[in-house]
Design a protein around this ligand. Structure first.
Ligand SMILES: [Zn+2]
Length: 106
């Protein structure tokens, strides 16, 4: 009886956690990780074509940054990202990372 109650409570907690999570806008076409609006980014058209070809995905699919790097066979660089406003957070984060790197090397 107690075990059944514990199992039921576990299921309820799991279901509540699932309902609290925001619904992802998309999922990564490679790894299936949820993709939210704030995860969106844009790379140059040529690079996206390269990633798509290597990944074998459709043009309206999305891949997470990690999988994009895996398909490319190298880490993404700042110049890979398009100047689109959606990349503003990436550029700001990059700037802070470079500042921290310079400070650490002093
Ligand atoms: Zn992925």
């Amino acid at each position: 009886m107690l075990r059944a109650l514990v199992v039921s409570l576990g299921r309820v907690r799991h279901e509540l956690a699932r309902l609290r999570r925001p619904k992802p806008d998309r999922v990564c076409a490679t790894c299936g990780e949820p993709f939210y609006g704030f995860d969106l980014y844009m790379v140059s058209d040529a690079l996206w074509q390269d990633i798509r070809t290597r990944a074998g995905i459709e043009s309206d699919d999305v891949v997470c940054l990690h999988c994009a790097s895996l398909h490319l066979g190298r880490p993404l660089r700042l110049e890979d990202f398009s100047p689109a406003p959606v990349n503003r957070t990436i550029r700001v984060a990059w700037w802070f990372a470079m500042q921290a790197r310079e400070k650490n090397s002093e």
